[in-house]
Design a protein around this ligand. Structure first.
Ligand SMILES: NC(=O)C1=CN([C@@H]2O[C@H](COP(=O)(O)OP(=O)(O)OC[C@H]3O[C@@H](n4cnc5c(N)ncnc54)[C@H](O)[C@@H]3O)[C@@H](O)[C@H]2O)[C@@H](O)CC1
Ligand SMILES: Nc1ncnc2c1ncn2[C@@H]1O[C@H](COP(=O)(O)OP(=O)(O)O)[C@@H](O)[C@H]1O
Length: 532
């Protein structure tokens, strides 16, 4: 797990080191350390840019974009270090006042500091030949603003940022952002106004939540944390890693049998949507429960049994439930009964798709401690409306972390908000982020496979709990399931070609067992997954 913190939390933790550096008479010590890490990252980008750049030139050239705060100071020191090592650097100053000592250090190494702020408002950056030359550098360092930004970006900086983003996307400049991409983004990852998109971000002290949560995380690119040895407390946001997922999968031992490995009970598929029953069942099977019980119309059951003859279509004891995939009016009552039973018995319950309609009544009766709702953005918006918090879909898409938190609080249940990056929010406002999957995964039925897979994992979890075995963190297990599903989608698409290729939901279901098997071989590492 990688814990991610708000900017205020990191700044508080940094304050002691900043004071110490000042007391030692070396106020820029942290800044130079940050700048060295940025220079290293730039050299890493340069290394895979040789021998020629898009502009046909062969010597490495870097442009540092410099704002008026410490973020700009970092950029100037980074430019000075790069220049010292023979990399040709130019600094474009967007503020009339930049960090003086850092500017001197850069100029001493031959870095020209161009006064872009001196252009009249409305006069484009491209009107100056010097700036055109500087911005033609294939690599940019973004030191315009970092964590010191207050409120929305004001003019004239906002217009300059828009211009820079236009030039970047037109010319394909590769941006290394310092601390965070220049943008006005909330700690929840929402972005207001213009931004400069980065390929990489070197962040100081600790992972910031805005670099972990979409959509801001998408503007940050690959993030590297430059450790400052800060003493951070617990975080409310954490990123799941492959090693966490690997550690959460239990391998059956000689004492196990079908009941010890968990029984998943599914109400999935209908006359209207028969395929959902098959996909959810194959998803569940991919998680390795001991047994799957399916309650579905004969047409669906026949389809499922032809592909998975081990599935049992008679009722009986279960350890986790799933309702919603392919639900229609005819299967609603069966879904309602299973959901009510699981919720009142303390069993894990996955509620997907059409089953989300049942949430308001379940909430009133008691939604259950281990219930997971799995909406995509549209379903989340509809459910928020049904719970009295009318919210348009676009807002959920623009503020997924905030939306997931509100929904989890309103419903009193865990919410897995699905998307390119899926977020698991708990009613106490914690969020687990799963890494981005392959966009080829976004096909009809992919969610049915995921819902089944989660039910399969949850059944095994509950079976362990009933036997008094050490408990695995339920939230982390669900997030691990999401990660494995995303990896399966990526593996299925990846088998089509180097850029992936079209897949169907069945391909994802088929890729689950080998992906899970491969993960088991990933060495455990990182922080303890329990209690992030
Ligand atoms: N605090 C620390 O311990 C360290 C901080 N470092 C760097 O310092 C950064 C923070 O520095 P600062 O606090 O100086 O802040 P920043 O440099 O992030 O931003 C402040 C600048 O943005 C301008 N600004 C603020 N709000 C604005 C708005 N709404 N519209 C337009 N302009 C706006 C300010 O006038 C100022 O020029 C970090 O992101 C990091 O890069 C590093 O030097 C390492 C150590
Ligand atoms: N752009 C994307 N990149 C990666 N994964 C995606 C993307 N879009 C959707 N997905 C994933 O595909 C699945 C789609 O689920 P869902 O929308 O419920 O589909 P359905 O209801 O048709 O089964 C989710 O697991 C989601 O995270």
């Amino acid at each position: 797990m990688i814990p991610a913190f708000t900017r205020a939390e990191v700044r508080r933790a940094e304050a002691r080191q900043v004071r110490a550096a000042h007391a030692e008479g070396d106020p820029d010590r942290l800044m130079r350390s940050a700048a060295r890490a940025v220079a290293e990252e730039v050299k890493d980008v340069l290394a895979d840019h040789r021998p020629a750049f898009p502009d046909g030139k062969t010597e490495p050239r870097v442009c540092a974009l410099v704002g008026g705060g410490d973020n700009g100071g970092d950029a100037l020191y980074a430019a000075s270090f790069l220049a010292q090592q023979g990399v040709s650097c130019t600094a474009v100053c967007l503020s009339p006042r930049v960090h003086e000592r850092a500017r001197t250090a850069a100029e001493e190494q031959g870095v020209a500091c161009l006064p872009a702020h001196a252009l009249a408002e409305g006069e484009p950056l491209r009107s100056s030949p010097g700036l055109v030359e500087a911005l033609s550098c294939p690599i940019w360092i973004d030191g315009i603003c970092g964590t010191g930004l207050v409120g929305g970006i004001r003019e004239p900086l906002a217009s300059r940022l828009r211009e820079l983003e236009g030039i970047r996307s037109e010319r394909g400049a590769r941006v290394v952002a310092i601390d965070a991409p220049s943008a006005s983004s909330g700690d929840d990852g929402g972005i207001e106004g213009p931004l400069l998109k980065a390929e990489r971000t070197v962040t100081m002290g600790a992972m910031k939540s805005l670099l972990a949560l979409p959509p801001a995380s998408r503007a940050a690119g690959r993030v590297r944390v430059h450790e400052l040895g800060l003493d951070m407390g617990p975080s409310t946001v954490a990123l799941l890693e492959e090693s966490d997922a690997a550690a959460l999968i239990r391998v059956p031992g000689p004492e196990d049998h079908k009941y010890t490995r968990g029984v998943a009970g599914l109400v999935a598929g209908s006359q209207t949507y028969p395929g959902a029953g098959l996909l959810a069942t194959l998803g569940a099977q991919g998680a390795g429960p001991g047994m799957i019980r399916l309650d579905a119309p004969t047409r669906v059951a026949d389809l499922v049994l032809a592909a998975a003859p081990g599935v049992v279509t008679r009722g009986g004891r279960i350890q986790a439930g799933l309702v919603g995939p392919g639900m229609d009016d005819e299967t609603r009552q069966a879904a309602r009964e299973l959901a009510g039973f699981a919720a009142s018995s303390g069993l894990p319950l996955i509620i997907d798709a059409g089953g989300l309609d049942l949430v308001p009544e379940l909430r009133d009766k008691g939604i259950g401690e281990f219930t997971v709702l799995t909406p995509h953005a549209g379903e989340a918006a509809a459910l928020l409306g049904a719970l009295g918090r009318t919210t348009p879909r676009w807002w959920v898409e623009d503020h997924p972390a905030e939306a997931a938190r509100i929904l989890a609080r309103e419903a009193g249940a865990r919410v897995l908000l699905k998307g390119a990056e899926s977020l698991l929010a708990t009613p106490d406002s914690r969020i687990l982020v799963t890494p981005r999957g392959s966009a080829w995964t976004g096909v009809a039925g992919a969610g049915d496979v995921l819902a089944g897979f989660l039910a399969g994992l949850a059944a095994g979890w509950k079976a362990d709990q009933e036997r008094g075995l050490p408990t695995r963190d339920f939230n982390a297990l669900i997030a691990a399931g999401v990660m494995i599903h995303a990896l399966a989608g990526a593996a299925a698409a990846g088998s089509r070609g180097p850029l992936g290729g079209p897949i169907g939901a069945l391909d994802i279901a088929r890729a689950l067992p080998p992906v899970l098997g491969r993960l088991l071989a990933v060495p455990a590492g990182g922080a303890d997954p329990v209690g992030y």
